[in-house]
Design a protein around this ligand. Sequence first.
Ligand code: FBP
Length: 549
Amino acid sequence: MTKSALQIARASYKPKMPEVLKGNIRIKEGTATESAGDQEEIKKLFPNIYGLPILDFVADEGQPGMKDPINVGVILSGGQAPGGHNVIAGIYDGIKRLHSESRLYGFILGPSGLINHEYKELTGDIIDEYRNTGGFDIIGSGRTKLETKEQFDKGLEILKKLDIRALVIIGGDDSNTNACVLAEYYQSINAGVQVIGCPKTIDGDLKNKQIETSFGFDTACKVYSELIGNIERDCNSSRKYWHFIKVMGRSASHIALECALQTHPNICIISEEIEAKKWSLDDIVEYIAGIIANRAEQGLNFGTIIIPEGLIEFIPAIKKLIEELNDFFAHSSDEFNLVRRSQQRDYIISKLSPENAKIYASLPEKVAKQLALDRDPHGNVQVSMIQTEELLSQMVGKKLDEWTNEGKYKGKFSAIHHFFGYEGRSAAPSNYDADYCYSLGYTASMLIAGGKTGYMASVRNTTAPADKWIAGGIPITMMMNMERRSGKMKPVIRKALVELEGAPFRYFKSQRGKWAIETDYVYPGPIQYFGPVEVCDQPTKTLQLEQKG
Ligand code: FBP
C-alpha cells in the first residue's frame, strides 16, 4: 500500500484513553434495568439477558490478565464510520494484554462473513497497518441482517471451529439490535459465545443517556462542515448562487444540525421540526423562498441551505405514503418485479389507498421512482438515493417565479446542488474519534474478560479530557422497544432523533433568524491532527451543548 505523508505520521499516534483502562479493573454492577419501552414484550423476547445491570469499570490492584488465552471474533456492520479500525485495534490490544496468546479474527464483509465462514486472523502486523486510519477496509463491511436461527447456527459452527468465545459486532441501531438477538440465542442454548456491541454510525442516532454518541459522527460532521464552510466562502465571494446542500444521516437530522452549528448557514431544515409542525412540502418551499426573497431585498442573491438526507420521510403526508409503500414491498415485491418498468408507477398507484395514491401521483417522476427503489435489508427506504436537494430547489424556483409574476420578488435565483455523504464516512478519524474508538474497543475486551454478554461497550464523559472518561457496559435490552418494521412489530433499539427541547436545537433556534438574514458564515477548515488542543481535540458542538444542558 502506498501511504500518504499524513498516513505515515498518523500511524504513530497513541490514542488517549480513560485512566481506568490503563491499569487493572474491577467491574462494578448497578441495579437491574428495564427496556426503554414495551417492557413486558421485550422481557418475553429476551428472557436470558433482560434486566441486566449497568456496568462501570473501577480501578483495581494488580495487573490485568487472564489465565487462558481467549479468541475473539469481530464484525463491521453497516455503513462505514471513521474510527472503526481503532475499535479493532483497541480490542486487539486489550485481549493481547489479557493474554499474549489471545487471537482476533475478523469476519469478511460484515455479518455475511460469519454466515459464509469467511474470515481472516488479524495479527499485530495487520493491525499496525490500520491504526488511526479511516474506512472499514481491514475486513470490509456489509448490510446482511443477522436474524434467523439458521444464520445463528451456521455462525456458531465457525465460532466453534476457531474456538472463538466472544463476538464483537460494531454497528448502528439495527446491527446492535441483531447483536442482542444473537446474544439471547447463544445464551439460551448455552453456546459458550458472548456477544458485545459497539455504537457506530456517522448518523449520530444511536445514543441515549449512557451512550453519549456513536463513533464517526464527530469526524464526518467535521469533514462536511469544512466543505460547507468552503462553499460559504466561495458563495460570499461571487455572490450569485444559492447552494442546496444535502447531508447524510438517513433518518435523524443530527448531522445537519451539527453542521449548522459549526458553519452558520442561511437556512438549515431539521426534519424532526417539520414533522412536529406537520409541515407539507409546500410549507417548506414557502419557508425557504421567504428567506431567499428577504435576502434579495437587501441585494443578497446568494446563500447556503443545509437539508438533512431523511427529510422526505418526516413530512407527515409523505411518511404515511412511505409506510404504506414499505408494507406493500414487504409483502408484494415479487409480484411488483414482474410488472413492466413503464407500468410500475401506475401499478403502485392502483395498490395504494386513495389518499396515498394521490400524493404518490403528484410527486415528480424521479422522486416517485426513487421511493419505489429497493429497500435495504432492514426494510428502510434508501434515502441517500432520493435527490431532495434538487426537488426543493426546483419547487423553490417555481415559487419564486410565481412571486416575480405577482410583483412580490425581484431577485435573481440560481441554484447549485451538493450531496455530502460518502466523502465523510471513511475519513481519517479526528482525535476525538481515534481516542473514543480505541477506548470502545478496549472496553469491549474488558467486558469479554468479565464474561459479559448482551452488552454494548460504553465510554462516557467525553467532553472532559480523555483520562477522565468513564468506561463500562450497557445492557442492550435497556435501549429497546417494539416498533413496526417491514410490516411487523419487532424489538429494536430506539433511534435517537433530534430533540426539539434539547440544548443543541434550542441554541440553533435562537440563532437561525440572524443567520438567515446576516451573512454570519463560520469557516471551520480541515480537521487538524497535530497542534493545539482547542483546534485538534474539540468534541462536536452537539455534545458540548448536550452536556451543558
Ligand atoms: P449506518 O447507519 O449503517 O452507519 O449507515 C449510515 C449511512 O451512511 C446513512 O447516513 C446513509 O443513509 C446510508 O448509510 C447509506 O447506505 P449505503 O452505504 O448502503 O449506501
